[in-house]
Design a binder for this molecule. Structure first.
Ligand SMILES: [Zn+2]
Length: 448
């Protein structure tokens, strides 16, 4: 039976957003109205629960569930859901921290904590289908919340701060000691209600500077040491080539590039004006595209290459005879150059679930470790079907206790320390034919 839901106007109560989102306390003038609001909310919940569960709801016909609600109620629901999402993220961080802490404190493990951390991250990455960078960040944030930011953690679990704000506190406070970290959260948490995104992060950074100016200098020095060039494949046949570098220098290069293109365009215009009778081929490129072409030409010339020349695609198809020839050197530990190329062409990227580090940046790993006894190589050896591309990170993870890799002619079956099993396949020549990364082999995963 459905509960009749009165109109909010008839109930005569107001939601607490009129008081800036803070629920009034007993004694406040609008406390009674707030109690009415809570009672109304309870009835509303009961109404929708009954509606959703009741036989009166035909499952095949979408019903406008929003019709009985005002715009303000719908907006308020967004805020409710947001609080739940924050709290759920807090619960996830708590669980991640619990599992990571237990493994890191395992007194039996005779391993460098750094490697134990990687092993935990790799397993959680498989489970949550996250990239190595994303899962590493999740573990880092979870452990920082447990060890240094108890008030922030509590606020997150209550849903009062969001993950962007938590990330800002953890990132910016990275070089503070425990007491300083506690001071930081005490000062910035009250502002989490009024500031978000960049504004909140800037506020946290200013506070860190006030607490320990040296920490900010240390961060800047470390950031400078992390300068690098990296490539990120995009879609539609594009990629982003990034230079992570000190801002002043980046600004100068960017400015010089803009001036060069501006100058080139001015010359083009002048030439067109001087020779109006010659039908000049019009340059239809945008300024942005012209800037990119200019820097591409400069880099190509400096490196002695023509980046516009297409590369001959590497094919992974190998005949049985070709594999036999490669396997002639199975008794030597180091694979030949030809074998390395063949394995890299086959795998295309790291073979750990979810990792896309390109094969050329990977180690060539023996799936069954290379073992020679009295001059005789035991199972495996340096054979085509016993080698695979693993990035250094996942190569190290594979050596950690509890990890197991089996290879079945290019099909990799991974077992994690808790007994989850995942299968990965070599990268496909045609990206559209790429198989999923996290194929679970067991139907019921072993719980942590
Ligand atoms: Zn990897």
């Amino acid at each position: 039976m459905l509960i009749d839901l009165p109109d909010r106007a008839d109930v005569g109560c107001e939601p607490p957003w009129v008081t800036g989102g803070r629920p009034p306390s007993p004694g406040d003038p609008d406390y009674a109205s707030y109690q009415d609001f809570l009672a109304y909310e309870a009835r509303r919940d009961a109404f929708w629960t009954a509606h959703a569960a009741g036989p009166a709801l035909p499952l095949d016909a979408p019903i406008d569930m929003t019709a009985a609600r005002s715009d303000a109620e719908l907006v308020w629901e967004v805020a409710d859901a947001d609080r739940l999402e924050n709290a759920a993220y807090g619960a996830k961080c708590r669980a991640v921290s619990n599992v990571a802490m237990r493994k890191l404190r395992n007194p039996d493990a005779d391993y460098d904590p750094e490697y134990l951390r990687r092993s935990v991250e790799a397993e959680l990455g498989c489970l949550l289908k996250l990239s190595p960078a994303a899962v590493s960040n999740l573990c880092h944030v979870s452990m920082e919340l447990t060890r240094r930011y108890s008030k922030t953690f509590a606020a997150l679990e209550r849903g009062e701060v969001n993950r962007v704000q938590v990330q800002a506190i953890v990132d910016e406070g990275a070089d503070l000691d425990v007491a300083q970290a506690a001071r930081l959260e005490e000062r910035v948490l009250p502002e989490a209600r009024e500031r978000g995104g960049r504004s909140f992060r800037d506020r946290v950074r200013r506070e860190v500077k006030a607490i320990d100016a040296d920490a900010v200098r240390k961060r800047e020095k470390r950031a400078r040491a992390d300068r690098c060039v990296y490539l990120r494949p995009e879609y539609d046949g594009m990629a982003t080539l990034c230079l992570f570098m000190p801002e002043d220098e980046a600004q100068r290069i960017f400015k010089a590039l803009k001036e060069r293109v501006h100058h080139d365009r001015a010359i083009q215009k002048e030439q067109a004006a001087e020779a109006p009778l010659v039908i000049a081929r019009q340059d239809e490129r945008t300024i942005a595209a012209q800037e990119l072409d200019t820097i591409q030409a400069i880099l190509g010339e400096a490196l002695g290459i023509d980046p516009t020349e297409p590369e001959i695609p590497a094919s992974s198809a190998l005949s049985a005879e070709a594999i036999e020839l490669l396997d002639l050197h199975a008794n030597t530990y180091a694979p030949t150059a030809k074998m390395k190329t063949a394995v890299r062409n086959r795998d295309k990227h790291c073979r750990f679930p979810g990792c896309r580090r390109p094969a050329r940046q990977c180690d060539i790993d023996h799936s069954i470790p290379f073992t020679k006894v009295k001059g005789k190589v035991l199972r495996g050896g340096t054979r085509y079907w016993n080698l695979g591309c693993l990035c250094r990170f996942h190569h190290q993870v594979k050596q950690m206790p509890g990890w197991h890799l089996e290879q079945d002619r290019g099909r990799f079956i991974w077992t994690t320390p808790t007994g989850l099993r995942f299968i990965t396949y070599p990268g496909a020549d045609d990206p559209d034919a790429e198989l999923p990364d996290f194929i679970k082999e067991l139907t019921a995963p072993v719980p942590f």
